[in-house]
Design a protein. Sequence first.
Lengths: 255, 142
Amino acid sequence: MYYYVFESPKGSKEKKLQEKIKNLLGDFGIIGEVTSASPARSSEELVGQGLEKGYSTIVAVGSDRHIHRVLSSVVGASQKDVALGVVPTSEKSLVAQKLNLKNLKEAAEALRGRHLITPSLAYVLPNRYLLTSASISSLRPFEIYLEVDNWSTTSYVTKVTITGELNVTLVNEAFAPAKLKHFTYWFLGKKVRDLSQSIFHGKTVRMTTSQILPLISDGEVIAKTPLTCYKKLNALKLIAPRAKVEQGEKNSPKS
Amino acid sequence: MTAKPEETGTIVGASVHLTGSLKDSLDIVVYGSVEGEVESEQNIVVGESAKIKGPVTAKVVTVSGTVRGQVTAHEKLEIMPGGKVSGNIVTSDLVIHSGAIFNGKASMGKEKEEEAEEKITKRSVTQEEKETKEELSYEPET
């Protein structure tokens, strides 16, 4: 049985969309207990109630922000037999892109199929898990001190992005190739080297900036610098479409 | 175009100065500066603006910038025009382009070392034999 945690609707348009989703889930035969977050009950509390009732599948229905809150609660509960399903409702949902879900129907089909993958997550202290990405950005370059595993670096950047796989991207727009250069190289059939971007991988990332800056994911501040992130493997069972499962199985390390 | 991390490996941008041991199972591309060890299971590219102070180890290493330290390239090392390597190199395939600078010792693998030693030994033996014959055939003027 599925336990659905809907995001608190912000207007009549979202209410209609949620009704449409409920009807769709009913048509697919996967309707279960439906709850809705509200000022009285947060999505985290609802997840806790669902886990106490013994549900083995929690489904987050809403924006990426809501999905991440539900995800963090599910993973934080450390119950290994619980799977998370998602129905992204945002137009430019990064979760939908990651799982290759093009519409609500595909999301419902994935839930019905219940194929599981175990994506890596970035754990951002103190209590947030990241499936997609979060970033720190500023119009002016800021100094950053970054420690990744066995090395460290100091640099001036305008944007830092952290992904669920704990890939860290640093960008300094001052070093980015000018648009005219892009056009000229494109005209000549050459590739422009972008020296402004750095990409690192690691299992542990610590970040300190010259000023306190927010780490923002889905429009929400999830942490502030200085911050620490860890890569978490096999912390989440996520319901995904079959094609993604096959790719995930190919990419998963063989024991 | 933004590079995808899972396809690209590690990239050290031009504005980055990195200290410590940098290791990756995928390619490493350096445009900035690194003080410490750089190791890849695949390829390492040292860009024109890059400066590395420390050992560099990979299958294939391409140097267009500056490296101070030992370079170990299990398959191939290529020093491009403008590239500088100050330190010993260990590789089985070495290409040094015109305009490149290399200061150090080069080791080209154990088999090739043994072949080189054999050649040197043969040359010495041949030279000795020649000298001996010349001595025997020499007739002082009377």
